[in-house]
Design a protein around this ligand. Structure first.
Ligand SMILES: Nc1nc2c(ncn2[C@@H]2O[C@H](COP(=O)(O)OP(=O)(O)OP(=O)(O)O)[C@@H](O)[C@H]2O)c(=O)[nH]1
Ligand SMILES: [Mg+2]
Length: 305
């Protein structure tokens, strides 16, 4: 997936509130002499942007050490070092979506209620379709009729078939049929939507395990992606979501939505520092183009300038 110039602009706009909280504060702090008070201020700014205590400490320790060792001449050099240390945390988790060159690529999308699962699937379906791939979507969120209709609307928009049952049907049965259809029709991409569920609801997590198991069995192997959708505005709870969903199904990565309109965009850094799970896509809005692959360099740039 290529980045247009428009995406960088939207990323920048989306991160405006985080930038206001973080970068502007950093600039103000670095206006004078670099002393311990400045480091404490930076630490606070990072934590307030939701970077998480552990990851913030890691970044600040590295920064303090570098400032001691390299005695930077001015504030802009310190700012550059801070950006480099953040990049060092982000880079290892930036990984593209695993799209197989041949055969069927199956992706299961999971997450809590309202995180942005269905919307992300719609955007992905649209994108893949426009790249010329044959896409099939499975509506394994059978919890509400409206959820199925929402996915069908995206299917129409993207021009891709949606495999659905009635509301209240067994989600695993839908997943099975969707896998079956994808194989029978020689699809390139299968995207399976699931109902939102709290990570602490054991019975719902069991249901999710079953959906995953059925898909795996029908497809004859592990899925290309099991993606957890995290809403950036839920902050540190996202870390708990990742841990508990990860106990139920083998997560391969994260889609981080709603980075726009939050001052808590530092959550990406916390996720990278504390979970080590690949961040595959970030969302900064509701339109089709607002979901893109995570590019750490672009992210840090958008965060600071
Ligand atoms: N601002 C913004 N809104 C988003 C983004 N991604 C999704 N949304 C909105 O978030 C709301 C919920 O999205 P859904 O895709 O329905 O979420 P879901 O996870 O499928 O929800 P459930 O199926 O109810 O669990 C919708 O209004 C989306 O338009 C994003 O990156 N930015
Ligand atoms: Mg949904």
């Amino acid at each position: 997936m290529a980045f247009g110039g428009g995406w960088l602009q939207r990323l920048r706009e989306g991160l405006a509130r985080t930038r206001a909280g973080l970068a502007e504060r950093v600039d103000a702090l670095l206006g004078g002499r670099i002393d311990e008070e400045v480091f404490e201020g930076l630490e606070e700014a990072l934590i307030q942007a939701d970077t998480g205590v552990a990851t913030t400490m890691r970044i600040m320790d590295a920064l303090r050490e570098r400032v001691r060792r390299e005695s930077p001449r001015d504030a802009s050099a310190v700012k550059a070092m801070l950006q480099e240390e953040i990049l060092a945390v982000l880079k290892p988790v930036a990984r593209p979506l695993n799209v197989k060159p041949e055969g069927l690529t199956a992706m299961l999308i999971v997450g809590v209620n309202g995180a942005g699962k269905t919307t992300s699937i719609g955007k992905l379906a649209y994108r893949f379709r426009h790249e010329g791939r044959r896409v099939i979507v499975g509506a394994a969120d059978t919890f509400r009729a409206a959820a199925i209709e929402q996915l069908q609307a995206w299917g129409e928009r993207a021009g891709v078939p949606v495999i659905a049952h009635q509301a209240g049907a067994d989600p695993a049965a839908v997943a099975f049929d969707a896998a079956q259809a994808a194989l029978a029709r020689g699809a390139d991409i299968l995207l399976v939507d699931t109902a939102g569920r709290l990570q602490t609801r054991t019975n719902l997590m069991e249901e999710l395990k079953k959906v995953h198991r059925v898909l795996k069995e029908r497809l004859g192997g592990e899925l290309a992606e099991v993606l957890l959708v995290l809403d950036a505005t839920t902050g540190q709870n996202g870390l708990s979501q990742a841990r508990l969903f990860g106990q139920a199904v083998p997560l391969s990565g994260i889609i981080l939505t709603k980075l726009d309109g939050t001052a808590k965009g530092g959550i990406v850094i916390a996720i990278a520092g504390e979970l080590g799970l690949p961040v595959k896509l970030v969302g900064v809005g509701e339109s089709v183009d607002d979901l893109q692959e995570f590019d750490p360099e672009a992210f840090v740039k958008a965060l600071f300038s």
